[in-house]
Design a protein around this ligand. Sequence first.
Ligand code: NDP
Ligand code: GDR
Length: 344
Amino acid sequence: MTTAIVTGITGQDGAYLAQLLLEKGYTVYGTYRRTSSVNFWRLDELDVTRHPNLRLVEFDLTDLSTCIRLLQTSEATEVYNLAAQSFVGVSFEQPITTAEITGVGAVNLLEAIRIVNPKVRFYQASTSEMFGKVQAIPQDEDTPFYPRSPYGVAKLYAHWMTVNYRESYGIFGCSGILFNHESPLRGREFVTRKITDAMAKIRLGQLDVLELGNLDAKRDWGFAKEYVEGMWRMLQVDEPDTYVLATNRTESVRNFVSMAGKAAGFDLVFSGAAEQETAIDRQSGRTVVRVNPRYYRPAEVDLLIGNPEKARQRLGWTPQTSLESLCQMMVEADLRRNRAGTSL
Ligand code: NDP
Ligand code: GDR
């Protein structure tokens, strides 16, 4: 039986990856931070919290000694580092915390692997945010990086340290450059879930209007459950490497709003320039969305679109779920939760 460590198991990807590994017969050490209130709602939704092969362990990525002890006690042979301060917006307000967790935290794990068992296979959750102000369209493994946020810079440091430990010490370190991936388990601070949750609430009469920032930003959005399969595949091949996972389709935030509106029964018409833009429901005439510049970021990533050809060829990985189906799935989940008053 293989044993894996998944850091950040309380997050979206951690929950899906735990489910996948448990289904494959792994023993999973899933790490969570001690907080004043428990945060296992995603694991509960996937019904894995009480799985007999799941060990939930208290852990903080910024503490090297904890990383070493976790490697020693678990005797894991695969480590998936998903833990991070992952919200780009907050990284502008908390750049140092973001650097410590999202950047240096990855090196704590790499050091623990070097000390305890250099044969451990390591997955680093890298990101399309490292491309930032993009230098080529579409972006692939050879596209130069130009991060545009403290989060992107911290992730770039962790990415290069993973490559460096691979080249310096022969550690099996893989870096997955994942483009945005969403699901009903996405945190409500991220734009897709913020939109699907709000559309559900407006439909149910629980919210008046949704306020958003930059509607022109374009993202390559896929389904998270499929992306964690790609993470696992990266650690099963003979050689460690860097891979892009993406859908190769990009859409604006505005288009995602229209899609989610449609799934919730609205027919939205946008008008007005930039900071005054609104979306009105054609049938009722009511304003459903309006721009609020407080959600703008100091520096923006305007357009991301990834080329996942290397992952297709070497890992046999291809995304399956269309953005329309993903959006529909998220709106339906949010309608259900908000009807029941259980939205998190
Ligand atoms: P989430 O924000 O949902 O989850 C992040 C996880 O990290 C949470 O479990 C969080 O715990 C944990 N964490 C935060 N700080 C620490 C710390 N100091 N010590 C230990 N754990 C900590 O992210 P996602 O699941 O969406 O993403 C997973 C990873 O993939 C992240 O590293 C993210 O940056 C990266 N990524 C995500 C993409 C996406 O589109 N989702 C795309 C590309 C990369 P807590 O619940 O206590 O806050
Ligand atoms: P991103 O995701 O920054 O791409 O990082 P997010 O959903 O936060 O933003 C996407 C785009 O939408 C614009 N936007 C808004 N964003 C939020 N959160 N809230 C708003 O109200 C809003 N209005 C417009 C943003 O400006 C941005 O352009 C995500 C995270 O999961 C990272 O951890 C991950 O590395 C990348 O995806 C790939």
